[in-house]
Design a protein around this ligand. Sequence first.
Ligand SMILES: [Mg+2]
Length: 258
Amino acid sequence: MSRFFLALTLAASSATAQAPATSKTYESVDAVLWTQTSAEYQASTRQVYVAARAALDRALATPSWVATLEGGSYIDPRPMVPAVILDLDETVLDNSAYRAQLAKAGKHFTLESWNAWVAEGRAGLVPGAREFLLYARMRGVWVHYVTNRDCKADDADPTRKNINALGVPGILHCRTDTSDKSPRRNSLVAQYRVLLLIGDDLNDFVTAATTPEARQKQMEQYGALFGDRWFILPNAMYGSWDRFYGDDLAKKLAALKP
Ligand SMILES: [Mg+2]
């Protein structure tokens, strides 16, 4: 290698190490491609919702059945209205088109571009979600969305309009002064018998721990609930699991276990 090329290589690698957030990235291409084009992604989400539907039937037939950690083990003997709590993004709403825009441009997520996408109101539906949601309503089960989107409850809100246009039922519970979903689950538990939790992120079920090791412990503690009363959709594109690494490729590579 000539001295010139060696200098270029060193400059490029040090730029990567020092300024990953501003450099172009194509790291998410495979994840977005899998979501948008693979039969396997569709099969996975449909499988989750079919299993959730069967669990809903079991839950409705079992008066003591509750899905939330919130509310403790006390079962209110009064008959309460049954409900399910779902996350929105990559659980019911498919935002892979936004992720595809980023991937094609080699860009990272920013709140600005995300808000512009939300304002367009053209997210699609995750395969299998519609059938599940309509079945739940048909069985008299209320549908609540606990989401960290910033939105208003009125019909002019782009998220509300997006959901209405997709023809699926549900009541929105948007981001409050905290992104922690537990307080919102708590207030729903006071009014409903929550039968299932459905999401794509550990935070959709329990306030997730802040290190990969502690999250692994949470899985040891709560893992048996998944597939029983908690149902998780695959999301390889993003999630709280990737926040330990930020947009730093070097950190991501260091976390791999060859
Ligand atoms: Mg989500």
